[in-house]
Design a protein. Structure first.
Ligand code: HEC
Length: 103
């Protein structure tokens, strides 16, 4: 009888630990607006418009691939974001800016 209880306990324990392992870790959601607020807004303003030192990102005539290029490699006085932001994060902020254009 003890053996059966022990076996049962082992099964319950292994099921419990198994289900813990297989529970999906929450997928990291990349929020372009959050990245813009923390990394870009200090130079570009919260909505992409600040002063004459930075272009108006609400109206700038760049498509997504041009945006990716400028953000990744930098432009003029803007630092390159390659290595500081992941390609997926750069893509998310580029999408945010493209979204402003098509509003
Ligand atoms: C240190 C200040 C600074 C920060 C931080 C900054 N920028 Fe810029 N950004 C600039 C300046 C200055 C320019 C104008 C560059 C030029 O044309 O000489 C610029 C230009 C741009 C352009 C236009 C590029 C082009 O090809 O004309 C885009 C798009 C842009 N920034 C997006 C971003 C994004 C997205 C972030 C955040 C990840 C960001 N910037 C962070 C200063 C900054």
């Amino acid at each position: 009888m003890k053996k059966i209880i022990f076996a049962f306990a082992v099964i319950v324990f292994s099921i419990a630990s198994c289900s813990k392992k297989s529970s999906p870790t929450a997928a990291k959601v990349i929020d372009g607006a959050k990245i813009f607020a923390s990394d870009c807004a200090r130079c570009h303003g919260a909505q992409g418009v600040k002063d004459s030192r930075t272009p108006n990102l609400q109206t700038i005539a760049l498509n997504k691939s041009q945006l990716l290029n400028s953000i990744t490699f930098g432009k003029g006085h803007m630092p390159a974001w390659q290595g500081k932001l992941s390609p997926a994060e750069i893509s998310a902020v580029a999408d945010l800016i493209v979204g402003w254009h098509t509003k």
